[in-house]
Design a protein around this ligand. Structure first.
Ligand code: URA
Length: 240
């Protein structure tokens, strides 16, 4: 959602993650910033941020009130700001994202790959993580034992997980190969896919999240470790 507001150029640069106000002022006075091709060296010049763009070191940046990011998470990175055994997913993003305090929306295990959303919009993170929204997430699980009809039926009927008051069932469970199944879940409980497969007598050896709502990794065309900004048309796909 775009909000119209006038801001001084130093505040604009700071809000976009280009460092402290002092540093942003120095970028402007040093002649590194252009607006519509025109050099601006007075950091107090103010602009309407609606559909605004600026050029820094010759690169054009659209103004973004918030950033919404999709990452194709590789293995051996953790979805935590203070990781314990592997680097944080945040190390895969740009420095501007760190300055903007971008956070993962929910978590994937360190050995799970695939679609992970990140943002600096607290309301968005909260809404996307809310169990009330029932946003389906599609996982591709590789299993240790063959995927049997019985396993599929068990996951569809629901399995009992330790510390869960009720049975947890997959919305969809489909065998896609001898050792692979697609599982769609609405909830996002801790290690849910792995625990459900274990409760059904199998074992997950690899896990990839390929879709959130109607947004697929395939549409985004990201290789492992790559990320992109999400635009309005992508965000509209993040619905049940
Ligand atoms: N379920 C799991 O077991 N792990 C994940 O990372 C995501 C869902």
């Amino acid at each position: 959602m775009k909000k119209s507001s006038r801001l001084t150029l130093d505040r604009i640069l700071q809000s976009q993650g280009f460092g402290t106000r002092k540093w942003c002022r120095s970028l402007i006075t040093d002649g590194e910033v252009r607006i519509d091709g025109q050099l601006i060296t007075d950091y107090r010049t103010n602009f309407d941020t609606t559909d605004f763009a600026f050029e820094l070191y010759g690169e054009v940046w659209p103004y973004r009130e918030h950033v919404y990011i999709a990452l194709n998470k590789p293995v051996n990175v953790e979805c935590s700001r203070k990781p314990s055994h592997h680097p944080s997913v945040l190390t895969l993003l740009s420095e501007e994202c760190t300055w903007r305090d971008v956070q993962p929306v929910g978590r994937l295990d360190h050995d799970t790959t695939g679609l992970l959303l990140l943002s600096d919009d607290g309301a968005f993170i909260h809404a996307q993580s809310s169990p009330k929204r029932h946003i389906p997430k599609v996982y591709l699980a590789t299993t240790h034992e063959p995927v049997t009809e019985e396993l599929v039926v068990q996951l569809l009927n629901g399995v009992q997980l330790h510390d869960e008051p009720e049975l947890l069932a997959a919305l969809v469970c489909r065998k896609v190969a001898e050792y692979r199944c697609e599982i769609i879940l609405e909830q996002g409980k801790y290690h849910q896919v792995k625990r459900m497969l274990a409760a059904a007598g199998n074992h997950c050896t690899a896990l990839q999240r390929i879709t959130i709502g109607h947004l697929t990794l395939e549409q985004l065309g990201l290789d492992e470790g790559e990320w992109c900004y999400l635009e309005e048309h992508h965000l509209s796909l993040l619905v049940p």
